[in-house]
Design a protein around this ligand. Structure first.
Ligand SMILES: CCCCCCC/C=C/C(=O)SCCNC(=O)CCNC(=O)[C@H](O)C(C)(C)COP(=O)(O)OP(=O)(O)OC[C@H]1O[C@@H](n2cnc3c(N)ncnc32)[C@H](O)[C@@H]1OP(=O)(O)O
Ligand SMILES: NC(=O)C1=CN([C@@H]2O[C@H](COP(=O)(O)OP(=O)(O)OC[C@H]3O[C@@H](n4cnc5c(N)ncnc54)[C@H](OP(=O)(O)O)[C@@H]3O)[C@@H](O)[C@H]2O)C=CC1
Length: 271
């Protein structure tokens, strides 16, 4: 479980441990990794923490080998680590774009490849790549959307190539989830999601961490034996980005004049 020290990753690590899995908790902040590991052990489960930046190829190789040695194999991989910042597309620097792509696409690719070479090629398994409903083009998240869209395509490619090895690969796209990770966003970004995103989503509420972990557990499990190369959207039916822009202005201050300028005249005054 990459990004297992907090939020959705932590919640899923608990669910998996409760179901009897041995869970490798992977991330950068050692204290958080150790806390989750201790919580799981206190509950009678089995877990171990592995400090690893998913962008560090050599470290990923080491961690895969360490996990195989420690637990005897890797039957499921959840590529959950990731994150982004909000910015109008034209203000994203090349460095920022590449940082987000590396964190949300390249790192996951490295993990998938190493887990394949280090264990799953011989034994099969299930891979779940967490993306985000912004893959289809949310305003303000062009870099992350591009990375998540890439991860979706990578998942589909891997599903096709690795089916013969008994490996299933799926993506899971959360919508706006009230996770401890989202709590770390600056207030203007959270209020944007609360006030501009949630009202455009038919279920009109945040999802919960456990609503995402339920989907991850399903995709990892034998119940999903015939499910591969797909994307499970758990997003309250959030609209895609283009529909979202066309169906009303973006109330966020940072966007005043940005989307309005692009709106068809016929929609003026329809907020
Ligand atoms: C429409 C609904 C959308 C809902 C959104 C989806 C909800 C998703 C929620 C979550 O994902 S919860 C997870 C919450 N946590 C995060 O997302 C935080 C994680 N973010 C980061 O770690 C960084 O933003 C990062 C860029 C992904 C990785 O940073 P890294 O350590 O690799 O790079 P840096 O050295 O910090 O920065 C490199 C480069 O990137 C640009 N940049 C980084 N942060 C910002 C920022 N906040 N604003 C503007 N630009 C940023 C910048 O160009 C940096 O270059 P320098 O300025 O350092 O030269
Ligand atoms: N909450 C939401 O609304 C949504 C979340 N998502 C995605 O779901 C995933 C989990 O998010 P959530 O639980 O909400 O947020 P968190 O911020 O709690 O989770 C992200 C985790 O990823 C880890 N991480 C980030 N970058 C790296 C890295 N380079 N190497 C190793 N670990 C890393 C972080 O740990 P550490 O810093 O210790 O390394 C952290 O534990 C993320 O990919 C997020 O973008 C998608 C859509 C919506």
């Amino acid at each position: 479980m990459t990004g297992g020290g907090s939020g959705i990753g932590r919640c899923t690590a608990h669910e998996l441990a409760d179901l009897g899995a041995n869970v490798a908790i992977i991330g950068r902040k050692q204290e958080r990794l150790d806390n989750v590991t201790a919580e799981i052990r206190d509950d009678g489960g089995t877990a171990a923490s592995f400090n690893c930046d998913i962008r560090d190829e050599e470290r990923v190789k080491e961690v895969v080998a360490e996990v195989v040695e420690r637990f005897g194999g890797i039957h499921g991989l959840v590529n959950n680590a990731g994150g982004q910042y909000k910015s109008p597309l034209e203000e994203i620097s090349t460095k920022g774009f590449e940082a987000v792509v590396r964190n949300n696409l390249t790192g996951g690719f490295i993990f998938m490849r190493e887990v394949f070479n280090g264990y799953m090629k011989e034994h099969g398994g299930s891979i779940v790549n967490i993306i985000a409903d912004i893959w289809h083009g949310w305003p303000g998240f062009a870099h992350s959307g591009a990375a998540r869209g890439g991860m979706l395509t990578l998942s589909e490619s891997a599903a096709g190539e690795w089916a013969e090895y008994g490996i299933r690969v799926n993506a899971l796209a959360p919508g706006s989830i009230a996770s401890s990770g989202l709590d770390t966003y600056p207030e203007h970004q959270r209020s944007y999601i609360r006030n501009s995103v949630i009202p455009r989503q038919p279920l009109r509420r945040f999802g919960t961490e456990s609503e995402i972990s339920a989907g991850i557990v399903f995709l990892l499990s034998p119940a999903a034996a015939f499910v591969t190369g797909t994307c499970l959207r758990i997003d309250g039916a959030a609209p895609n980005g283009r529909r979202w822009v066309l169906n009303g202005s973006n109330n966020n201050e940072a966007y005043n004049g940005f989307h309005r300028a692009q709106r068809p005249k016929i929609l003026e005054g329809t907020d």
